[in-house]
Write a protein of this length. Structure first.
Length: 313
């Protein structure tokens, strides 16, 4: 029986540095990540791939703001949909090319994916996720009068903040599962998915929110019955006391150990490693066999137990 995995990659992984942000640069960066994912497919894994989109959504919002004197602005849920298509295209094209070079007869497809969230999620009462460009306080207050939530950003200016509710349901989960079981490589739930809520008649509508990509990927992994959940990030392993003289790398964590370190609050940054560890813990707690956090270059070694941080019960 084929093994199934979900691999989550960050939107920042498609941008090497501030000097390489163009669409072409991102396409080249995607190619590097895809080499390692293609090796998993070659080795027999059935795969779904979830990507982040934080910088890319910011670019779209900025373009929308700059052209607002001539064109309508783009709603946030549509921005997420746009990135699913554009980033999915880059990953799909690169990955398909890698599989062809490896002699692997598998097709790669991208699914525009909606993710249902709870309209009563507390996040909607406390928007906290910064998006878009920095604003002057005057501009921020004008936007606030138009309905935006805004917040001062650590002395660097003001920014729009939006809710980040927990994902409840991958709307296209059954289609994704069928495609994965049919041996297609599926790129899905990009950017954590397009956030939607049901109306009184059960029809879905988009909302101005962002969903954590790793939590959505964990939910998808459980929904399609994956035994392995991989989070690809900028480091080869998880570290305790990261960035301090006492920093130490960790090869494996039990659920209890991971929860303990999360509770201490000093080991994993909320804007970085904490959501990844939390998502890995959730996956294993909800029936997944194991989760693996590692860097893209170390992926093959991590699957062989020579790199990465393994989280299991």
């Amino acid at each position: 029986m084929a093994r199934t995995a979900v691999v989550a990659i960050g939107g920042n992984s498609l941008i090497r540095d501030p000097g390489h942000q163009t669409v072409h640069d991102q396409h080249l960066a995607a190619a590097e990540t895809c080499h390692h994912i293609a090796a998993m497919v070659r080795d027999g894994w059935n795969l779904a791939v979830v990507h982040g989109n934080g910088p890319q959504v910011g670019f779209i919002l900025r373009r929308s703001e700059l052209s607002s004197h001539e064109l309508h602005e783009v709603p946030l849920d549509v921005c997420v949909a746009d990135t699913q298509g554009a980033i999915g295209y880059a990953l799909q094209q690169n990955l398909q090319g890698d599989l062809r070079r490896l002699g692997v007869d598998r097709r790669v497809v991208t699914i525009v994916t909606q993710v249902e969230v709870d309209p009563s999620d507390p996040a909607f009462e406390q928007p906290s996720k910064p998006i878009g460009s920095h604003l002057t306080e005057e501009s921020a207050r004008l936007r606030e009068a138009e309905g935006w939530a805004v917040a001062e950003d650590a002395g660097r200016g003001w920014r729009r903040v939006v809710p980040s509710p927990l994902p409840r349901r991958i709307v296209e989960e059954d289609v994704i599962r069928q495609l994965v079981e049919s041996r297609h490589v599926v790129i899905a739930a990009g950017g954590g998915g397009i956030p939607v809520v049901p109306d009184e008649e059960g029809h879905l509508r988009g909302v101005a929110a962002v969903i954590d990509k790793d939590h959505a990927a964990a939910l998808l992994a459980r929904g399609i019955g994956a035994e392995l959940f991989v989070i690809s990030t900028s480091v080869d392993r998880v570290a305790l006391d990261f960035g301090r003289p006492t920093q130490r790398w960790v090869d494996a964590l039990s659920i209890e150990e991971a929860k303990g370190y999360l509770a201490e609050g000093s080991h994993f940054a909320e804007g970085s490693m904490a959501p990844k560890v939390r998502a890995a813990v959730w996956f294993v707690e909800h029936g997944g066999e194991r989760a693996l956090i590692t860097g893209p270059d170390a992926l093959e070694a991590a699957l062989e137990g020579r790199a990465g941080t393994l989280i299991e019960a």
